[in-house]
Design a protein around this ligand. Structure first.
Ligand SMILES: [Zn+2]
Length: 161
């Protein structure tokens, strides 16, 4: 992992593990909406889709099999809380939740919201990659970034209560 490009089109050097790097040198543009003892929830750093949230562990480990009892308890609470807030604050009806153990070695769970504009890319899991590529290439517009930031701030306000 060398460099990443954030949702604003800015490049950042990444030293070592991306998950650990982001915990230490938070890229300000993406933004954390909730921080707990074991996890952080943040706007995805690279894909400008409103309310595309990532739950990342503070500790470096690979997957659900490595969660301690305390982390297990906290994780399910956060997942439910964020999912509820997405619906309550932003009206999001469908969210895809993934954890890919082979994408990086640092535990992170995607909470990927479905919007009407995504329908032209099809449905279900096979539509996600084309949607992400479209967003990466075409949605770094001022208008969409404002939407991403607005959604993030709304979620943050609700989650920090
Ligand atoms: Zn890590």
């Amino acid at each position: 992992m060398g460099t990443i490009m954030d949702i604003y089109g800015k490049k950042h050097k990444v030293i070592g593990c991306l998950g650990c790097h982001l915990r230490k040198n938070q890229i300000p543009s993406a933004g954390v909406v909730l921080g707990t003892k074991y996890f952080e929830v943040e706007q995805d750093t690279e894909i400008p889709i409103a309310a595309f949230m990532i739950i990342v562990s503070r500790r470096h480990f690979k997957g659900f099999g490595n969660l301690t009892k305390s982390e297990q308890k906290e994780f399910i609470k956060i997942l439910a809380k964020v999912r509820k807030a997405m619906e309550k604050v932003l009206g999001i009806k469908v969210v895809y939740i993934f954890q890919n153990e082979d994408s990086t070695s640092h535990f992170h769970v995607w909470m990927f919201p479905r919007y009407k504009w995504m329908d032209k890319f099809g449905n279900k899991i096979e539509s996600v990659r084309p949607i992400m590529e479209y967003a990466r290439k075409k949605l770094k517009t001022k208008k969409n970034l404002e939407e991403v930031n607005k959604s993030r701030e709304k979620l943050k306000k609700d989650l920090m209560k």
